[in-house]
Write a protein that binds this ligand. Sequence first.
Ligand SMILES: Nc1ncnc2c1ncn2[C@@H]1O[C@H](COP(=O)(O)OP(=O)(O)OP(=O)(O)O)[C@@H](O)[C@H]1O
Length: 771
Amino acid sequence: MGQRTKSTFHRTSSSHLLQQLIRRSQDEEQGEGESEESSESDTMNLEDEFDGVLTEETVAKALHELGRSGSGTEQVYLNLTLSGCDLTNISILCGYVHLQKLDLSVNKIEDLSCVSCMPYLLELDASQNKLTTFFNFKPPKNLKKVDFSCNQISEMRDLSAYHALTKLILDNNEIEEISGLEMCHSLMHLSLANNKITTINGLNTLPIKILCLSNNLIEKVTGLEDLKILQNLDLSHNQINSLQGLEDHSLLEVINLEDNKIAELDEIEYIENLPILRILNLLRNPVQEKSEYWLFVIFMLLRLTELDKKKIKVEEKVTAVNKYDPPPEVVAAQDHLTHVLNSVMQPQRIFDSTLPSLDAPYPMLILAGPQACGKRELAHRLCRQFNTYFRYGACHTTRPPYFGEGDRVDYHFISQEVFDEMLNMGKFILTFNYGSYSYGLNRDTVEGIARDGLASCIHMEIEGVRSLKCSYFEPRYILVIPMNKEKYEGYLRRKGLFSRAEIEFAVSRVDLYIKINQKFPGYFDAVINADDLDVAYQKLSQLIREYLGLVEEPAKGLAPTVDVKISHLKHEEHLRKSFASSMNDFLDSTDRNYFVKLWAKLAAKKTPVERDSLCRQHETARQALRGKIPSDHTLLFQRGPVPAPVVSELKQGFVPCQDYFGLPFPQYAEESGKDSQASMKHSVLFPPSLWSKELPSQLPEDGIYTHPGSPVSDSEADKALKALCIKSSSQGKASVQHRKPSVMVISRPGSNTKPSLPPIPHGHNRPVLDI
Ligand SMILES: Nc1ncnc2c1ncn2[C@@H]1O[C@H](COP(=O)(O)OP(=O)(O)OP(=O)(O)O)[C@@H](O)[C@H]1O
């Protein structure tokens, strides 16, 4: 009763709508009571009797989704679901003209001609039936989605009339060739999985976004060229051995190529430029067995989020990048790590270049810049002019010498085997490959120069700089850069040593250097334009002279970093002077509480004026102590009388001083911590026995020494100290002034590097310490 009512309702006009609905609900209520008893026997009967012919009762039960008809004039049921009803004959559906969604899946239907009567049909699911042809009905004008999967269709037919089709599923049929779709201008989703397709064709310029051709017999990715908006491609379970053909699909997000025959990692190059590829499946391809497969694919396709059905972790991406294209910082860190590890494996020894003191790094000057920009020539000239300060640090290289180059003069020219052996023995501080040759800065080169009390001057490319910056060395870096690239290129060409590619490479690195200098202010301490080598040398020489304190005025026209450096030096100088003068008044203690104790001792004897004076001096000294400590490089490179660090045991303080030749000492030596004291102690050039000769047998009672000109001159202590100083200075040039002399002056220009060099006497060859 209810089924009939519903089907009748569908066919009749909406004028009976209300009445029909009331009756339908009454029927259903009645039915509830009866159903329990009768349902079992009904089912039995149906099973026995059912001949596969669709009845109105069945239809009535399966109708749902009440809504406005396609014509817009009636209220009708829009959807009919008859899935799994064992139907063979659905001809009755001819009368259901308003249907918009029809699900006939899992039946035994062979004929769909009734669909011709459904002009408003939008979706048709006829999957899992017994269709041998498809679309053998008059095309509903707006039919959008059709599923004919799991039938026995062996041939596609012309679908020109189905303009509105957006989704067509033809999986699990027997189709051998894709055809008839040319006019489906709306088709966005096409699935032909599990067919017998050998070649992809017939897709032309369709707007397909999702294409599934899995489980076919396809060997090549062809025929997709015009599918410009393809987003999701499933070609799994085919015979494909190359990714060629996918390279231009810039909107591809998902590629499934599981179970194919892709064997080479190079194939990934075809899809490496797909900008939004997120998911790739290459499971069960021979390429998976390659040892580098996972990281390589991740590296090539960094935008992937999922590979072979596994989410890609950020760490894996980082590892992949570090492996195949490490950023310069990683290269430098790896280089540094290699040399540290290799050197740790060797017998240990104490290095001259690591020992100066805690806060005084071994002095190095690095000239950095692109190949043949003139930095090597500049380094040589500099070392000739300032030979008491610098020595040229020749690197080792595997490249053969150019005409006129001297072994050990420009480089140590060695074979690759020797280079590798040195590397494994931990001999290098840094290494770098340029072109096909290796370059390395040998630790012994630096050590040899350090041992002679000189600073190392070395030229290198930026890669060497980066690696060196990982080490404990704290060189000054000067960028030597040819600003005029044409001139530089011409110069390289005229040299006749380099190939066109080498020249292009060298010139291209000019911008790299400029960029680094701009991006990281302070990365280089100074910049020198290398367009004219003589001018460049003038600037470099002036810069170094200023840096060493050999000239008063700052260089004009140098890079800003230079000026900054100079003003910094002047500031340090000022601090040093004020500190020194105050220190000359307060003597002989590094004890933190010294001033407190001193004050307590002296206060009783002083007049108020004296006390105030002492107080002011005390404060000045404190301020100086709190102020910036002059850089060790400044001390290191200081010309003329330069204070050597205090030689003291603990509690040793500042002393009034004259220099080694009896000149008034202009600087100060300042140390506060134990470590510093220890390191300073190491810096002495005179043996302790010399000190003992000069020491008074007894300290003045209050233990204070003072400079002869010190304003604190009236105390007993001052007097005693003054007496001691006069006595000491009169004892000859080489004498030092008090029981534990704290300051001395090195008069040889280059020898002022000594204070921060190791404690081992000048010129000695030290044995290697096995630890
Ligand atoms: N240990 C090193 N670390 C980093 N770079 C280095 C090292 N030794 C040499 N270089 C640099 O490698 C580059 C190639 O060196 P090469 O000697 O072949 O060139 P060049 O024509 O002599 O250049 P230049 O005159 O600038 O030294 C040069 O820029 C050089 O400064």
